[in-house]
Design a protein around this ligand. Structure first.
Ligand SMILES: NC(=O)c1ccc[n+]([C@@H]2O[C@H](COP(=O)([O-])OP(=O)(O)OC[C@H]3O[C@@H](n4cnc5c(N)ncnc54)[C@H](OP(=O)(O)O)[C@@H]3O)[C@@H](O)[C@H]2O)c1
Length: 226
């Protein structure tokens, strides 16, 4: 069996680390990316053989394109890095600067990573791209008004997922968004779900079969409404 390589952003903690751990346990070669290179290396060392840490700040255009050149072939990309900066605000009073910083990481960072790594997958005729989204950005849920910049960043990621999926349709690359649900991490310390439990659905979207869906919104392996 071919050993495939997955790159996970924000893999030094939380859902990213749990996803990297789950895919490593499933036999994948894992690149754990974190903006702090030392934390990336430490996290990879805990996983052992087949895991490597790489420094990637998704907001750094030059850093991302250099990482793309340095790393080379990646079969799957999990866009997990994200920030929630505007909890407790509302759409009329939220500082636009905090919305801008949220979009820099969540939206533009993800988009930039896709531009760096997805074309190689298309050329090779196989790839899996997962965009870690959120129920807060789903129209079907009602957008979460208490963190408007964050919620709308996730709505935009859902739109990005459909555009990427449409452009790569029929190439062997599957692009899907995943809603992990409220998960106990630094971002959501009061949630009840463990990162290990939420990571199963993210890792499942990476290991989809060739006839699996593309351009859909998944929650624990089930297609849900946007
Ligand atoms: N927890 C939830 O309930 C929940 C629900 C739905 C969706 N999500 C999504 O799940 C993803 C992971 O979040 P989490 O809950 O695991 O939160 P977390 O523990 O705060 O982890 C966020 C990760 O993103 C990284 N990151 C932030 N800015 C970055 C940048 N510029 N470049 C690279 N990495 C960056 C962080 O790195 P540092 O350690 O260096 O800060 C950290 O590794 C996010 O996209 C989040 O929106 C979470």
């Amino acid at each position: 069996m071919v050993t495939r390589t997955v790159l996970v952003t924000g893999a030094n903690r939380g859902l990213g680390l749990a996803t990297a751990t789950s895919l490593h346990a499933r036999g994948w070669r894992v690149l754990l990316a974190a903006r702090n290179g030392e934390e990336a290396v430490e996290a990879a060392a805990r996983l052992g053989d087949g895991a490597r840490g790489v420094a990637i700040d998704v907001t750094d255009p030059l850093g991302v394109s250099r990482a793309g050149e340095r790393i080379g072939q990646v079969d799957a990309l999990v866009n997990n890095a994200g920030v929630l900066l505007d909890g407790g605000s509302d759409v009329l009073s939220v500082p636009i600067e905090s919305v801008r910083r949220t979009f820099e990481v969540n939206v533009l960072g993800t988009w930039r990573m896709c531009q760096a790594f997805l074309p190689g997958m298309v050329r090779r005729g196989w790839g899996r791209v997962v965009i870690v989204s959120s129920g807060t950005g789903a129209f079907s849920n009602g957008l979460f008004a208490g963190a408007p910049g964050y919620a709308l960043s996730k709505t935009t990621l859902n739109g990005l997922t459909t555009l990427l999926a449409a452009q790569t349709s029929g190439t062997g690359v599957l692009v899907n968004a995943v809603n992990p649900g409220a998960t106990k991490t630094r971002m959501m310390p009061l949630a009840h779900r463990s990162p290990e439990s939420a990571a199963v659905g993210v890792a499942d979207a990476v290991t989809l079969p060739d006839d699996g869906p593309t351009g859909v919104f998944l929650r624990d392996g089930q297609v849900t409404e946007w």
